[in-house]
Design a protein around this ligand. Sequence first.
Ligand code: CDP
Ligand code: MG
Length: 203
Amino acid sequence: MNHSHPRYERTLVIIKPDGVQRSLIGEVIRRYERSGLKLAAMKMLIPTPDMVETHYTLDPEWKLKTGEKNLKAYRDKGLKPPHDDPIAQSNMILAKLKKYMASGPVVAMVWQGAHAVAIVRKLTGGTEPLMSDVGTIRGDYVLDSYKMADDDLRAIRNIVHASGSVKEAEDEIGYWFKKDEILSYRLLVDQMLYDTDLENFIE
Ligand code: CDP
Ligand code: MG
């Protein structure tokens, strides 16, 4: 089997504590599942604050990138951000994230399929629910904003975490799942999604 084919790409999704508390586990899974992606692993747990910090800092660039993205979102709206330094902004975000993500059960999942990382990000929507597209999980089910969350000294509650890149996905999957917890199997629908000949359908 050629495992470099795009159909083997994997990504990590975590249904965050607000997604669990708002009874959206089924809805979130439904949205990824019906796209053709395959569920390869799933577990429920209550993360510790340390696990949350490790998860978000697996990428050493995360603080800088997240801080810059956050400051830009403020400036694009003509608002003044709480900090001018992106790292200071991210340190504040991380402290709030640890409280939020460790506040209750989460559901961690591995989804597999062609372009899994990008497809899951598209279905999930942008980070700030105020700006996320209608039709996405974050656009349809939350009404949070950077400013409201920052002013109230809490994390943005946006239902799910989804890996931001293939590299991030590999690191995050390795952190949350042991190798033998991730299943490789064929789904009947795989033939319609990936077969090149589409033979054997007509009797
Ligand atoms: O989750 P995503 O990859 O879309 O965004 P991120 O920039 O990697 O930020 C990670 C998480 O930090 C977000 O999903 C939010 O829950 C949280 N965050 C926050 O609470 N407050 C901010 N001002 C920015 C991000
Ligand atoms: Mg991210």
